[in-house]
Design a protein around this ligand. Structure first.
Ligand code: NI
Length: 202
């Protein structure tokens, strides 16, 4: 985000320049990035089923920007809107080393899948817990990009894992659900205990 401080800008020489400056400033201020709270397992709100986005309007774009900001801040590689308590079918993912290539998937839907792979998964809503989960090896998905354009895309490896994990969130599912009952109970207990401790320390 490149809003240069006014003091670094040469004095505008014309009214047009002034207007442009003021206008861009107002535009920028229209939406300041916000960090959103991430729901933590076993919060029941993680169980809500998200509904499709019918129009990619300014509100949705602002939400997407906030989700990307929140994902980066939490050092995550993916975030679904349900995780920030918004029941809309939106996923953001960034698998780049440099964490500056955010990808946006609106209304993502798996239309084909094949093979299987085991991969260790973690989740911003299940902090500190990692487990091997079986997923389809290759998937084909339909989604809208941030311009509202319908896209069909094939994914494999990490992107396929990540998309399946995030689409689960949109259906109210968490990767922990795929583990044994015993493991689920242990994870639940541990996270509830940690939440209690951090509330006591606050
Ligand atoms: Ni997750």
């Amino acid at each position: 985000m490149a809003l240069i401080s006014l003091s670094h800008i040469e004095k505008p020489s014309s009214t047009v320049q002034w207007l442009r400056l003021v206008f861009s400033h107002l535009l920028f201020q229209d939406h300041t990035m916000a960090l959103l709270d991430i729901l933590i397992y076993p919060d029941q709100r993680l169980r809500q089923r998200a509904i499709a986005v019918d129009e990619v309007d300014a509100g949705i774009l602002n939400l997407i920007d906030d989700m990307i900001e929140t994902m980066y801040h939490a050092s995550g590689i993916g975030l679904a809107a349900v995780q920030i308590n918004v029941a809309r079918r939106i996923v953001v993912i960034d698998l780049s080393e440099t964490q500056n290539e955010p990808r946006v998937f609106i209304n993502p839907e798996i239309i084909e899948q094949s093979g299987s792979q085991l991969h260790e998964e973690g989740c911003l809503s299940v902090p500190g817990i990692f487990a091997e989960i079986g997923r389809a090896e290759k998937i084909k998905i339909n989604y809208l990009n941030r311009n509202g354009k319908p896209i069909t895309e094939e994914a494999d490896e990490m992107l396929a894992v990540c998309l399946q994990h995030e689409i689960d969130h949109l259906d109210g599912k968490v990767f922990v659900d795929r583990l044994s009952r015993l493991k689920q109970e242990r994870i639940k207990k541990r996270l509830l205990k940690e939440a209690k401790q951090s509330a006591n320390n606050a």
